[in-house]
Design a protein around this ligand. Sequence first.
Ligand SMILES: [Zn+2]
Length: 457
Amino acid sequence: MRKIALSILMISISFIAFAQQEDVKMIKSIFDKELTEGQSYEMLDYLTSKIGARLSGSPQAAAAVEWSKQVMESYGFDRVYLQEVMVPHWVRGEREKARVLNSSKHGTVELNVRALGNSVGTGAIGVMAEVIEVNAISELEKLGKKAIENKIVFFNRPMDQTQITTFSAYGGAVDQRVFGASEAAKYGAKAVVVRSVGTVTDDYPHTGTLIYDENQPKIPAVAISVKDADALTEILADTQPTKLYIETHCEMLPDVLSYNVIGELTGSEKPDEIIVVSGHLDSWDLGTGAHDDGAGCVQAIEGLRIFKELGYKPKRTIRAVMYMNEENGLRGGKKYAEVAKEKGENHIAALESDSGGFSPRGFRMTGDDADLKKVRSWQPLFEPYGIYDFDKPGGGADIGPLEDQGTLLIGLMPDSQRYFAYHHTDNDTFDKVNKRELELGAAGMAALVYMIDKYGL
Ligand SMILES: [Zn+2]
């Protein structure tokens, strides 16, 4: 009896060892393939350098839809299709202007600003008003209407440089950009200027979305470069009152029809279990959306391409999804989840890369404890590639809407030290992406999808 139990144990141990060996080998071949014959970098070059910035509703966004569809077709995925989604159509218009007017000590000073996404414009007439500086939305209430009415509110809280994960620092500063305009409008402000949410002191304003409260007047909002935010603080310390002139020509046009782009390898054993690997196709109009999020899109496509190259036939259905409109509306992500629900699709896991094309360090997850535990148990297989952080929570903006369908949400977590130097600026361009780092991320994602496909959740 004991002998039999022992031999069963031996067989199962050797089976596990064999399975592990097979996984080690497969993961190595994914990385080897990507690092020697990868096409993600080439794809990203085309998307950013030939097509360019891809703001929702723009001709470039439409071109990117067509391009990603054609690319996936050319790789011979089983199904490639578009999913209709209506998206906001915000346009920036003529270059923004901002200047300090006749400060007694500093004279006239030009400031680098860019309108925040979704903002109304000032029009040619501009806005001219006295500036009041605050460091948090909560300060507005203390100041009250008397101090704020008819002024331009300058939100100047910097990112906390002591945070090691820059995404945490971003989270701690971004409220003034998203909600500052409507919060200031409650007290009668005429416009807002928001310190760029970035880690570097330079001349590049960081745009980004703002959300208006429909019950408040919509007032113009601009981001100011970190360097000029510091300069403005200095001017305000020297000269009171200080007047500012701001001119922006942005406007929100009617919604337009756009698309999520989906490529699929159909599962051979469990086609109804879907694994998503994804990024968002739209970008801001400054720069060319190389890290945010061209990188994520090409990494997603690349995963499926590598499987085909290696002759790997997934058991489950694997979808590369390129969402439209993450930046100023999230319509694509919402639409994808809505359609999935309507069709009763079963998404077991959704992986998004939307934190830059830098060296991957881990996968951050949100979901069921048992799923998390299972994925974590694979961590040793990823360590040789510098991927070790399998913590929670995590995910991505576009896959978030799948959460209530019981999908395990996973976000690729790259090294975060450089992301907020480029994020939403003129500087988010192809030359800032390192080929090997981009490829390591693509291979890491493909390797994780392989494990989920093989063992299920
Ligand atoms: Zn993004």
